[in-house]
Design a protein. Structure first.
Ligand SMILES: Cc1cc2nc3c(=O)[nH]c(=O)nc-3n(C[C@H](O)[C@H](O)[C@H](O)COP(=O)(O)OP(=O)(O)OC[C@H]3O[C@@H](n4cnc5c(N)ncnc54)[C@H](O)[C@@H]3O)c2cc1C
Length: 495
């Protein structure tokens, strides 16, 4: 019987674990300092190290054992609950404990948004799905504070608590709570004005909601901001899953979505049956009210996308630095070095440097004073970057298997709207700080590809490589000034 070759002969890279995700990401550390959150470096480093331990396994388990819907208990009573693998709860506990859902509002100092963005970005590199309830809970706070101070007084202490307290119980019995949002209906997602869910005033400041929502993520959250048609038009409501007397609200989970990604997170289709809810903001101003929440979740879409790209770069460069082919590591093969450099540039260009954290800061210009005054009005200048960053980053993150496809995609992204395919005159790459040397510290940082700590020099037009590579950011003939010595880097990192 054939036996498996020994580990050494298998030519497999060592596991990518046990290092500090923050220390390994020099551009992130630099951005943290530059954007006023240098004070959070130790916190980022501690979480960055923690994340490459047990949480790696939690992430695997939470995605392999996806959430299960339990509509009824064994006696036939409707319960509308979702069961999660214990690994999901561990991830949630870790993120809530580190303030990923609240730091922007609880840390009364400048740079709090940036610090929270960095923590979220690091965590999403290990498991992204649980970022959904974390993000929505974070985003609900400014919406409540801006439009419903009384509800904010009741809910914000729970939403910003550092305790993860899972389970459907009345708010008064909880030590921490999560918040979701329910806008999308079957007949319209982007255009929420098409919502048909109705809100009937009950006369005591409460409304009775009837209808459906087609996409309602994290349905085990304690409360939701919901859009529904009130007499004066589309309005925003706060709907608790459990009423103060302990009875379940009329929030029925019909089924869970079978999604391609975001598997660990439950997303549901729900029906609202005389569900009790309280008005947030004015009747007829629902979109304006809920957009205060939406804008922050869209900023987190940027962070999540940038994190996925960074994770891919780490995995690819680590693998290529250890896998041997034709007598050299893959990373030392010129064409592979080019591919890796391309991935790095895309990842660095999308990191939350000028997008999410900055836009969040723009949306609440002085986080310290906003946190203390409780106000976080998203200005137009905050919303616009959120929307454009979310779509731009999502587009850039889509994998492209061939250099040719990357080239054409990059060409397309250089065209300006209305220019009918004409390349933009603007530089496609943001200005970068001066070239930095490769890190070769003794810490167990993941192996880096050429130029991972700085944007590679663009090829000279006179030295265009063969067709299909003309848009490649790194010339194969022109060595990058920051290109590390791969052999030295591998031995320095012990891999
Ligand atoms: C993982 C996941 C979780 C979600 N969780 C929630 C949740 O918790 N709560 C919730 O309310 N919703 C949730 N959604 C739904 C999401 O908000 C909607 O999918 C989104 O708003 C788009 O709506 P739609 O799918 O109906 O697409 P449509 O509105 O039908 O749009 C289809 C396509 O057309 C584009 N488009 C739309 N309008 C225009 C326009 N004017 N110009 C150019 N292009 C346009 C859109 O960008 C999209 O690509 C979730 C979706 C996903 C994928």
């Amino acid at each position: 019987m054939a036996t498996l070759p020994s580990v050494g002969a298998a030519n497999q890279p060592p596991p990518l674990a046990g290092h500090d995700l923050f220390a390994a990401n020099r551009p992130l550390a630099e951005a943290l300092g530059r954007e006023g959150a240098g004070w959070a470096a130790a916190r980022c480093s501690a979480l960055g190290t923690r994340l490459t331990g047990e949480p790696l396994d939690w992430g695997r388990l939470a995605n392999e054992h996806v959430p299960q819907l339990r509509t009824h208990d064994r006696f036939g009573e409707r319960i509308d609950e979702v069961e999660f693998h214990p690994a999901w709860h561990e991830l949630m506990r870790l993120s809530v404990g580190n303030g990923l859902h609240a730091l922007s509002w609880t840390e009364p100092r400048a740079g709090a948004h940036v610090a929270r963005a960095a923590l979220f970005y690091l965590t999403a590199q290990v498991e992204a799905g649980h970022g959904c309830p974390i993000s929505m809970t974070h985003a609900a706070v400014p919406a409540l504070r801006a439009a419903a101070p009384e509800l904010a007084a009741e809910w914000v202490p729970l939403l910003t608590s550092s305790e993860y307290d899972f389970g459907l119980r009345p708010a008064a019995e909880k030590r921490g709570a999560l918040c979701g949002m329910a806008m999308t209906e079957r007949q319209g997602g982007s255009d929420v004005r098409a919502n048909t869910t109705t809100a009937r005033p009950l006369g005591d400041g409460e409304y009775s909601l009837d209808g459906h929502k087609w996409f309602c993520s994290a349905p085990m959250s304690d409360a939701f901001l919901v859009l529904a048609q009130a007499p004066a038009g589309l309005s925003c409501f706060l709907l608790p899953r459990v009423l103060p007397d302990g009875t379940r609200n009329g929030f029925h989970i019909q089924r869970l979505k079978d999604k391609l990604g975001d598997r660990s997170n439950a997303s549901s289709e729900i029906e609202l049956d005389a569900a009790r809810a309280k008005l947030v903001g004015e009747e007829g101003r629902g979109v304006r009210t809920i957009v205060e929440m939406v804008v922050h979740t869209r900023l987190d879409c940027v962070l999540g996308t940038a994190a996925a790209m960074r994770q891919a770069v780490e995995q690819a460069t680590h693998h290529a630095a250890h896998r041997l082919a034709f007598g050299r590591t893959l990373a030392e093969q010129p064409l592979m070095a080019n591919v890796l450099a391309d991935l790095c540039v895309e990842s660095e260009g999308t990191r939350p440097r000028r997008s999410s954290a900055s836009a969040a800061t723009a949306s609440s210009r002085n986080p310290a004073s906003r946190a203390s005054t409780g106000s976080s009005r998203s200005s137009r200048s905050g919303r616009a970057p959120a929307t454009s960053s979310a779509s731009t980053c999502s587009e850039r993150s889509s994998a492209s298997p061939t250099p040719q496809r990357r080239s054409s995609r990059r060409f397309a992204s250089r065209t300006t709207p209305g220019s009918a395919g004409q390349p933009s005159s603007r530089s496609p790459r943001p200005a970068e700080p001066a070239a930095r040397g490769a890190s070769s510290s003794g810490s167990r940082s993941p192996c880096r590809p050429p130029c991972s700590s700085g944007t590679p020099r663009r090829p000279s037009r006179k030295r265009l490589p063969p067709q299909g590579w003309e848009q490649s950011p790194v010339s194969r003939t022109e060595p990058c000034p920051t290109r590390p010595n791969w052999a030295r880097l591998s031995s320095a990192t012990g891999r």
